[in-house]
Design a protein around this ligand. Structure first.
Ligand SMILES: [Zn+2]
Ligand SMILES: [Zn+2]
Length: 282
């Protein structure tokens, strides 16, 4: 078995993803409750005890929510940037992170998985510590991981070019947000939406598709569209949906003469208990 990925959930209600081989399992972010993570791992025949470490990408609650509980309960190491750790402590001590003695720097390798870490542009208005994106390598296979970033630099595109699987956010649709910004009904969200669109916010469908057309090669088998801003309790809050995002990605890839990999939906669907984690194929 080679390098694979499972999205337990992705979106503003909580993010958690597993990257694994036969020997090693790494969790990226722990934004669901510990109980929900355990349930979702069970659905994929995993137990929390198999997780070799949790890497936190940044200090937003939808990414770190249960990391303290999970680490304490199952003795899992936490890896993150010092600045991210300190920011979490200033925001929230209920997640037990303050009771954990050691938080480690993200290593170059966990088990048989090599890890490349790079900075991404995200936060400020809502402090995020030092946000990172990730590349995982095992036996020539590569998985790229970028969510929560305002734009994709040329350097990031170069790092993730030709990955076998790419996990990337398509947070909002530009037309939807622009319409909301000129509609009084969304006045209370005006600053938040401005931040989402900024270079320190999130990627739009358009930015996601443009970045993918520089990163996808014949080697790229699967794309996971992540952190889609869709609210299942109130559709008026939606800044995007999966069909819009995937149609746009397909359109841009075809237009630029690229092959179109399989595209997966990754978000957590409200309280829908029939929703399953999304697993890449081998
Ligand atoms: Zn997020
Ligand atoms: Zn964030």
């Amino acid at each position: 078995m080679s390098l694979n990925i499972i999205s337990l959930a992705s979106g503003s209600s909580g993010n958690s993803t597993i990257i694994f081989t036969d020997d090693t399992a790494i969790m990226i972010d722990s934004g669901l409750t510990a109980r929900e993570i355990k349930n979702r791992l069970n659905m994929c025949n995993f137990s929390p005890k198999q997780i070799n470490g949790v890497i936190l990408t940044h200090a937003h609650k939808d990414h770190y929510r249960s990391v303290g509980t999970l680490s304490k309960k199952f003795d899992i190491k936490i890896y993150t940037e010092e600045e991210t750790y300190n920011t979490i402590l200033t925001k929230d001590n209920k997640n037990m992170l303050s009771k954990i003695e050691t938080v480690y720097e993200t290593p170059y390798r966990i088990g048989d998985i090599e890890i490349v870490m790079f900075s991404v542009s995200h936060g400020i208005t809502i402090p995020a510590g030092k946000p990172i994106g990730l590349l995982f390598i095992n036996n020539e296979k590569k998985i790229g991981y970028i969510t929560d970033l305002g734009y994709v630099t040329d350097e990031i595109k170069e790092i993730l070019k030709g990955c076998n699987k790419i996990f990337i956010e398509a947070n909002y649709d530009e037309k939807i947000i622009k319409r909301k910004l000129s509609d009084k009904k969304y006045n209370s969200q005006w600053w938040y939406l401005k931040w989402v669109m900024s270079n320190m916010g999130h990627l739009s469908n358009e930015q996601c598709a443009d970045a993918l057309s520089d990163m996808v090669t014949e080697k790229t088998e699967e794309i996971f569209l992540a952190h889609i801003s869709q609210n299942h309790q109130d559709p008026d809050m939606d800044n995007n949906n999966f069909d819009l995002a995937s149609d746009h990605v397909k359109y841009i890839l075809k237009k630029n003469g690229k092959h179109v990999p399989k595209i997966y939906k990754t978000y957590r669907k409200g309280r829908d208990k029939t929703w399953n984690p999304v697993k890449g194929s081998f």
